[in-house]
Design a protein around this ligand. Structure first.
Ligand code: 13P
Length: 247
């Protein structure tokens, strides 16, 4: 399983970042899971500079610009130089700040150009009985991927993060049956956009109140390839329990 710890802006101190990194290193050496940490940008290189472990690093976002006169921007190239091999793109918390489909596609491109694996986030605000949320998610995926070359599309990791499930507790996360259904649907959408056998190979993650309680049920039999974890990833004990709960 691919487990990405999205620290968001929860972690603001070097000491906490180092502690979480040490925990991730221990977990990575003791499990088969692929662990990726997504710290706030200024803390990333502090951890990645001397990284010799199986832990990988991710940007939480990359700039839509590729450098030059753009004060305050963190470009994909700068992240790659700092040791990030993944880049979260299109997170709902960025979309809420006005990020458009075109910007998201651009960011995916920049991440790919730097040899990073982009993690495209999609997810509906709420579920309706008529199933409009399905076409909403389809539109988000299509808008982002259709602007890429078919070869590039195959390199993107897809993270399904329904907004209604973010930042709550395990009881509010999606239930395993609904997740299994959604993963099937996402593979169907991917099949329309990716050539050959690639749709089956794309890694699909789930995010939204993944906590130690419930993680095993969400992992088993639902077809997901991993998780994008927010608040449960910023406490060493909780994160350890979560990773150990996922078989
Ligand atoms: P929570 O795990 O805090 O719900 O956040 C999910 C998320 O947004 C990860 O990117």
């Amino acid at each position: 399983m691919l487990i990405i710890a999205n620290w968001k802006a929860y972690v603001e101190e070097a000491a906490q970042a180092k502690k979480l990194y040490a925990t991730a290193k221990r977990l990575a050496s003791a499990s088969k899971h692929e662990l990726v940490l997504a710290p706030p940008a200024p803390l990333l290189s502090l951890l990645s500079a001397k990284n010799r472990s199986r832990v990988a690093f991710s940007a939480q976002d990359v700039s839509a610009s590729t450098g030059g006169a753009a004060t305050g921007e963190n470009t994909a190239a700068a992240y790659a130089a700092a040791g990030a091999s993944y880049a979260i793109v299109g997170h709902s918390e960025r979309r809420a700040m006005g990020e458009t489909d075109a910007t998201i596609a651009l960011k995916l491109r920049h991440a790919l150009a730097e040899g990073m694996t982009p993690v495209l986030c999609v997810g509906e605000r709420e579920r309706d009985l008529e199933g409009h949320y399905l076409s909403f998610v389809r539109a988000e995926i299509t808008a982002a991927l259709e602007r890429l070359e078919p070869k590039e599309r195959a390199q993107v990791v897809l993270a399904y993060e329904p907004i209604w499930a973010i930042g709550k507790t395990a009881a509010d996360a999606i239930n395993p049956n609904d997740l299994a259904e959604m993963v099937l649907y996402l593979r169907k959408v991917l099949a329309e956009l990716l050539p050959g056998k690639n749709p089956a190979k794309t890694r699909i993650l789930y995010g939204g109140s993944v906590e130690p309680e419930g993680a095993r049920d969400l992992a088993g039999g639902t077809g997901v390839d991993g998780f994008l974890v927010g608040h449960a990833s910023v406490d060493p004990k909780t994160f350890s329990n979560l990773v150990r709960a996922v078989l």
